[in-house]
Design a protein around this ligand. Structure first.
Ligand code: HEC
Length: 203
């Protein structure tokens, strides 16, 4: 069964999003999507440093890949009581190493089909893509009250790249437009990849 599942997953290759078709020269992006793309791969939004590979994560290593050597990052989502802490049970790499500096460090997930995979982040604590991008523009998330209160922007273990992100309101709209070009409708609705146990006509 393990082998069967692994074989099935290898057939789950998405490559016909609008962005892929743009790369193949068979479609054009809108001006807003194009600006978003340039921001994504540029040094003002910094996204590509962590979401750079063909899968828009940083786990794939291939000739010419731009990924760094530290594939776990604290994005400043929490800073409980100013200690840098993330809420249990999801403390990121820290949960495995017990090293303080690994608190809140997570892998950058793929951004393919991200337009249809809300809610976001490891605990689903951000509801929309607009809010994710606003979160990056702010350099982290401040939680003002309650048991999780703390200013994630000042998390001592935050990846320094997050603080260098500079995005105005229009930049944020353009970035979201670009992220939505990564949705692959054909892949998501391919009947060969859907539930084989569901009979025609429901059930
Ligand atoms: C320092 C590395 C880093 C940078 C720079 C970065 N990200 Fe991320 N990104 C991450 C990590 C790590 C996560 C997962 C965090 C978590 O699960 O708590 C993430 C999560 C996300 C998610 C949520 C994905 C999901 O399925 O939950 C989106 C969307 C996203 N990033 C977009 C962007 C955009 C757009 C930029 C540029 C403005 C950007 N990221 C810059 C590391 C980074």
């Amino acid at each position: 069964v393990i082998k069967a599942i692994a074989s099935f997953e290898r057939t789950l290759v998405t490559g016909t999003s609008r962005y892929d078709r743009y790369l193949a020269g068979t479609t054009r992006l809108t001006p807003s999507e194009t600006r978003g793309m340039n921001l994504f791969f540029g040094e003002r939004a910094e996204c590509h440093h962590c979401h750079s590979s063909v899968n828009f994560n940083d786990q794939l290593v291939y000739a010419g890949s731009r990924s760094g050597s530290r594939p776990f990052h604290n994005t400043g989502l929490y800073n409980i009581g100013g200690t840098g802490a993330f809420p249990e049970p999801s403390t990121g790499l820290f949960g495995f190493t017990g090293k303080a500096s690994d608190m809140g460090r997570f892998r950058a997930p793929t951004l393919r089909n991200v337009g249809v995979t809300a809610p976001y982040m490891h605990d689903g604590s951000i509801g929309t893509l607009e809010e994710v991008v606003a979160f990056y523009a702010a350099g982290g998330r401040e939680i003002k009250e309650g048991p999780l209160a703390g200013d994630g922007r000042a998390n001592p273990f935050k990846d320094p790249l997050i603080s260098t992100i500079v995005l105005g309101p229009k930049d944020q709209t353009d970035l979201v437009a670009f992220l939505r070009t990564l949705t692959d409708r054909r892949f998501l609705t391919d009947p060969r990849l859907s539930n084989p146990f569901r009979r025609r006509g429901g059930g």
